[in-house]
Design a protein around this ligand. Structure first.
Ligand code: NAD
Ligand code: TYD
Length: 349
C-alpha cells in the first residue's frame, strides 16, 4: 500500500461519502475509518465498500487520548482527514459540553497523536481539518465569507469548530504540523441524519407531519451536494497547499422558505399529490435562539487554485436526494427509531 490514511467520522453523513470516494478511487491507499458510532454514525452507510481489501473500520472515541495514541502507533498513518464531530446546532444549544469534548478536546487528541507519530519527519504528512462556514458567524443581506473573514461564531457548535480550527493552525505554527483546513457551507444528500432541515422535512412531508419552520423562514443558507463536498476534500487533500484554508460552497443561496416550497413541489410530484398539497404542512414555530441570519460562501479560491466547482444544480441534487430517501425507507426507519423520538419530542413539542 502506498499510503495509510485515517478518516475520522467516516460512518457519518459527509464522512461516509469521503470514505466511499477514497476507497474506490485509491485502491493503493489503506483507508482506516475511525468512528465512535454515536447516534449520527451508521455503518449501514458503507455496506457497499465494507469488504474492500483497502478498507478497515475501527470503533473508537476521539475523546479517549490513550486509545487514539495506540491507534496511531498501530497504523502509522501518513495522513488524517478529520471529520468526526458533534454537528447539529440545535443539539449544541441543549448540551454544549459534548461539543466541546468531541470537537475541541477530540481534535486536540488527534493533533497530539499526529505530532508524536510524525515528529522528526513531517515530509509528505498532512492533517486535514474539515470545518464549517459557521465559524464566520452571520452575514447581513449582502457580502460573502472569504478565507480572510474574521471568526465570529455564534452557537456552541460553531464556537467549538472555531476553537478546533484555531488549534489546528496553532499546531501548524508552533510545531510545523503540515495542515489544511476547509470551511464548507450546508451540505445535503443521501445518508444525512433527519435532524437537519432537508432530510427532516422529506421525512415529515412523506409522513404528513407538520414542517417546523423556525422564525420568519427568511434565514438563508448556501447549499452544496455532499458528493461535491467529498470531491473537494479529495482535491484539497492531494493538491491543497500546506497551511492554507479553502472555503467550499455551492454558489447556491436559498431562503429557507423558498427551499421548503421547492422541496414540497418536488415531493408533490414524486408522491403523486395535488400541487400545493405538501405546502399545507408548513408550520411556523418558535425561532432557534441566536439563529444566524445568512451564510454565503465565496468559493473562488478553491475554484481558481484547484479547479473545483459543484457538479450538479440544486434542483438535480435535491431530486436525487428525495429519490434516495423514498427508496431507502428502512434506513430512515432504523435511524428514526429509539432515541430519535425522544429528541424530536424535546426539540419540537
Ligand atoms: P454527522 O453528525 O453526520 O457525523 C459525525 C460522525 O462523527 C458520526 O459518524 C459520529 O459517530 C462521529 N463522531 C461523533 N463524535 C465522535 C467521537 N467522540 N469520536 C469518534 N467519532 C465521533 O456530521 P456530518 O454532517 O457528516 O459532518 C462531518 C464534519 O463536517 C463535521 O466536522 C462538521 O462540522 C463538518 N461540516 C458539516 C457540514 C454539514 O452541512 N453537515 C457542513 C460543513 C462542515
Ligand atoms: P440545519 O439543517 O440545522 O443547518 P444549520 O443550522 O447548520 O445551518 O438548518 C438549516 C436552516 O433551517 C437553519 O436556518 C435553521 C432552519 N431549520 C428550520 O427552520 N426548522 C428545522 O426544524 C430545522 C432543523 C432547521
Amino acid at each position: 500500500m502506498k499510503k495509510t490514511l485515517l478518516i475520522t467520522g467516516g460512518a457519518g453523513f459527509i464522512g461516509s461519502h469521503v470514505v466511499r470516494l477514497f476507497v474506490n478511487k485509491y485502491p493503493d491507499y489503506r483507508i482506516v475509518n475511525l468512528d465512535a458510532l454515536t447516534y449520527a454514525g451508521n455503518l449501514e452507510n458503507l455496506t457497499d465498500i465494507e469488504n474492500f481489501p483497502n478498507y478497515t473500520f475501527v470503533k473508537a472515541d476521539i475523546r479517549d487520548a490513550s486509545a487514539i495514541n495506540e491507534i496511531f502507533k498501530e497504523h502509522q498513518f501518513d495522513g488524517v482527514i478529520h471529520l468526526a464531530a458533534e454537528s447539529h446546532v440545535d443539539r449544541s444549544l441543549k448540551d454544549p459540553n459534548v461539543f466541546i469534548e468531541t470537537n475541541v478536546l477530540g481534535t486536540a487528541n488527534l493533533l497530539n497523536a499526529a505530532r508524536e507519530l510524525w515528529k522528526g519527519n513531517m515530509e509528505g504528512k498532512r492533517f486535514y481539518h474539515v470545518s464549517t462556514d459557521e465559524v464566520y458567524g452571520s452575514l447581513g443581506d449582502t457580502g460573502f465569507f472569504l478565507e480572510t473573514t474574521s471568526y465570529d461564531p455564534q452557537s456552541p457548535y460553531s464556537a467549538s469548530k472555531a476553537a478546533s480550527d484555531h488549534l489546528v493552525r496553532a499546531y501548524g505554527n508552533s510545531y510545523h504540523l503540515p495542515f489544511v483546513i476547509t470551511n464548507c457551507s450546508n451540505n445535503y444528500g443521501q445518508n444525512q441524519f433527519p435532524e437537519k432541515l432537508i432530510p427532516l422535512f422529506i421525512h415529515n412531508i412523506q409522513n404528513n407531519i407538520p414542517l417546523p419552520v423556525y422564525g420568519d423562514g427568511k434565514y438563508t443558507r448556501d447549499w452544496l451536494y455532499v458528493v461535491d463536498h467529498a470531491r473537494a476534500i479529495d482535491l484539497v487533500y492531494h493538491d491543497g497547499v500546506n497551511g492554507e484554508t479553502y472555503n467550499i460552497g455551492g454558489f447556491n443561496e436559498w431562503q429557507n422558505i423558498a427551499l421548503i416550497k421547492l422541496l414540497c413541489k418536488q415531493m408533490d410530484e414524486k408522491l403523486g399529490r395535488a400541487p400545493g398539497e405538501s405546502e399545507k404542512l408548513i408550520s411556523y414555530v418558535k425561532d432557534r435562539p441566536g439563529h444566524d441570519r445568512r451564510y454565503a460562501i465565496d468559493a473562488s479560491k478553491i475554484n481558481k487554485e484547484l479547479g473545483w466547482k459543484p457538479s450538479v444544480t440544486f434542483e438535480e441534487g435535491l431530486s436525487k436526494t428525495i429519490d434516495w430517501y423514498l427508496q431507502n425507507e428502512t434506513w430512515l426507519q432504523s435511524v428514526t427509531s429509539g432515541d430519535y423520538q425522544k429528541y424530536y419530542e424535546s426539540q419540537y413539542s
